[in-house]
Design a binder for this molecule. Structure first.
Ligand code: DX5
Ligand code: ZN
Length: 224
């Protein structure tokens, strides 16, 4: 049985009728909702904040995986938790006191994640890996949906996975950006546990079926 999780990114959903898209995801085999918060400072785009997330929480029957692409995320952790976040990820590049911020997330009862930009090597999180429930490896430069997957990410997944196994940790690896049916198998084979998929799900002809196909990939039965 496939054990990886699928987290559709609602950034690519239809905001004129969020309820319909949430209904579809609720009925699908998706595991989490991936929720992208952008502040126009850390990344060049602005998305939405706590009040929209509160409405999403009311519609969602699955956990909200909130990805904070904002400066000074430590100022808002509790608010995002109250809005309904089950998983909160902050960017390593936005946190001078990342160890403290991860502890702050855990203190709210949420799962804590650290996200790394494509230009940030995985070695920078050596000393905090024990404190992360998940690591979000960005496979595009954050800020926009619909970008092309950066293939160098596969090397980063392999080296991070090795660390996690060697150190006997439970940390999960989430891949965010440009993920779809064309590359999901390679990403899972490299060692990913959670696939974020925005445009490849919502812009497909049959989003529920795309989720099903992403979920059904079983790397253990693939021929080598
Ligand atoms: C990028 C966001 C991603 C994005 C993914 O800044 O963090 O979660 O929504 O969208 P796709 O799957 O279209 O690349
Ligand atoms: Zn994201």
């Amino acid at each position: 049985m496939p054990s990886h999780l699928i987290a559709p990114s609602v950034l690519a959903a239809n905001f004129k009728n969020l309820e319909a898209d949430f209904k579809m995801i609720n009925q699908s085999e998706a595991d989490w909702y991936h929720v992208d918060v952008m502040d126009g400072q850390f990344v060049p785009n602005i998305s939405f904040g706590q009040s929209i997330i509160k409405s999403m929480f009311a519609l969602a029957k699955k956990p909200l995986d909130v990805h904070l692409m904002i400066e000074k995320p430590e100022k808002y952790i509790e608010e995002f938790r109250e809005a309904g976040a089950e998983v909160i990820s902050v960017h390593y590049e936005a946190c001078p006191h990342i160890h403290r911020t991860l502890q702050q997330i855990k203190a709210t009862g949420a799962k804590a994640g650290v996200a790394l930009n494509p230009g940030t090597p995985v070695s920078v999180i050596d000393d905090i890996l024990e404190n992360c429930d998940l690591v979000v490896l960005m496979s595009v430069n954050p800020g926009f949906g619909g970008q092309k997957f950066i293939y160098r990410t596969l090397e980063k997944i392999r080296s991070l996975k090795k660390q996690i196994i060697d150190r006997n940790l439970q940390t999960k690896i989430e891949i965010d950006g440009g993920v779809g049916l064309q590359n999901a198998e390679a990403i899972l084979k490299a060692g990913a546990d959670i696939l974020v998929a925005g445009s490849s799900v919502f812009k497909s002809e049959d989003p529920k079926d795309t989720i099903h196909r992403l979920k059904s990939i079983d790397i253990h039965t693939l021929s080598v």
